[in-house]
Design a protein. Structure first.
Ligand SMILES: [Zn+2]
Length: 250
């Protein structure tokens, strides 16, 4: 069977468009965005990219008004595809913000891949990012507490169709996942390309894409977006509506 990518919507986050998505355009405009994880299979191997967001109470604590509808938890999403958490062989994390790694401990047989820099930062985040990583310093338990990871550093070909590559900027150790399919190279960008608006050309500055509003390093963010746009035939964003246009890809 050919390689297929199934997007799994794990819930909705409310945020300020001008602050997060398109700086300079839409400040004060609250929008609701889906939160994607992805299931990849060739019929035999079973992988995830990210495990999605938390239940509503925690989500609302992060961003007021955010919620996880019933049946949207990662394992419930997989169940609809006939996949059990114990069947997952590996999870490739784009990064360890709360909305990308909640419920990861459900995957008892999986190896967890993360960039070394991301793991180090997540375990001891800057004060400004305590909440994003659900730091113990806030008296909560991070989703990755006590979990054993396989760290990668730089580009890493996992097998003949999945390659992880660094795309820092949104956070220090962000990475994206390139998936070779029968119809070209898909890049699961994670939050290195946040939403659909970011894939549109920035006409004012004559750019092929629209830089995002949320990052730890603006130059890395820009370079990573450029890298993804150059490399990919198709891009699947971390929080874009258009990911939902098809039940699976290609
Ligand atoms: Zn996110």
């Amino acid at each position: 069977m050919d390689v297929r990518i199934h997007p799994l919507n794990t819930g909705f986050i409310r945020l300020d468009k001008g602050a997060y998505i398109t700086p300079g355009d839409g400040y004060g405009m609250e929008v609701e965005v889906p939160t994607w994880a992805f299931y990849i299979t060739n019929g035999k191997d079973k992988f995830l990219v990210d495990t999605g967001m938390s239940e509503t109470k925690t989500a609302d604590w992060h961003h007021k008004g955010s919620y996880q509808p019933e049946g949207f938890r990662i394992d419930e999403r997989l169940e609809k595809l006939g996949v059990q958490p114990k069947d997952i062989n590996a999870v490739f994390f784009t990064h360890l913000h709360w909305d990308h790694c909640s419920n990861m401990k459900l995957f008892t047989n999986a190896r967890f891949f993360v960039h070394a820099k991301e793991l180090a930062f997540a375990r001891d985040p800057h004060l400004l990012y305590h909440k994003s990583y659900e730091s113990e310093k806030l008296g909560v338990v991070p989703p990755f507490q006590g979990v054993e990871f396989q760290t990668v550093d730089g580009e890493f070909a996992y097998n003949d169709y999945i390659t992880l590559f660094p795309t820092p900027g949104h956070c220090p150790g962000h990475q994206s996942v390139a998936v070779k399919t029968a119809q070209g190279l898909y890049v699961i960008a994670g939050d290195a390309v946040f939403a659909d608006e970011n894939l549109k050309p920035d006409k004012h500055r004559n750019l092929l894409f629209t830089p995002m509003g949320r990052y730890v390093n603006v130059f890395d963010m820009f370079d990573s977006m450029e890298k993804i746009v150059t490399r990919a035939d198709q891009i699947l964003t971390g929080h874009g509506m258009s990911v939902s246009f098809k039940p699976d890809y290609p």
